[in-house]
Design a protein around this ligand. Structure first.
Ligand code: FES
Ligand code: FES
Length: 162
């Protein structure tokens, strides 16, 4: 049996019918074709499926899609809306913080949530914000550097626009 679900994702409203056991991750990928949200462990341990729920990072594999009704979901696709990469995405590319890329959407969304709350984080604060996002490739150093570089770029863009 399926139930009606109204989902708000990246500013769009979707009306769907979903089975009650389907996770938010499954519905984003399979029903909405938002495949930037990656499917990793499905146990809440890897962070590959991270999305923002009302601005806060969550593992979408652990949330039932039906429970997401009434909330604002943001996926990695929202960050490059208009075809331009977000400063975080650019910094990841420029600093070599991407290898296989499987962890990258989740890393970037966790970092994005951090920088919205705290535009000038310390290295320790970046590390803490990314604690739920595992990377098997990069060793994390370049990821941390990329987040700090993006924070700096975003802060100078902010100063320049005043
Ligand atoms: S797939 Fe959700 S935390 Fe790993
Ligand atoms: S770049 Fe491969 S898991 Fe992070």
């Amino acid at each position: 049996m399926k139930y009606p679900l109204t989902l708000k994702v990246n500013g769009e409203t979707y009306r769907l019918e979903v089975k009650p056991h389907r996770s938010l991750l499954e519905v984003l990928r399979d029903e909405l074709d938002l495949t930037g949200t990656n499917d990793g462990c499905r146990t809440g341990n890897c962070g590959a499926c991270t999305v923002l729920l009302d601005g806060a990072p969550i593992p979408s594999c652990l949330m039932l899609a039906l429970d997401a009704e009434g909330h604002e979901i943001t996926t990695i696709e929202a960050l490059s809306a208009g075809g331009e990469l977000h400063p975080l995405q650019r910094a990841f590319v420029q600093r070599g913080a991407i290898q296989c890329g499987y962890c990258t959407p989740g890393m970037i969304l966790s970092a994005y949530a951090l920088l919205r709350e705290n535009p000038h984080p310390t290295e320790a604060e970046v590390r803490r914000a990314l604690v739920g996002n595992l990377c098997r490739c990069t060793g994390y150093v370049k990821i941390i550097e990329a987040v700090l570089a993006a924070a700096e770029e975003m802060a100078s863009a902010e100063v320049g626009s005043r």
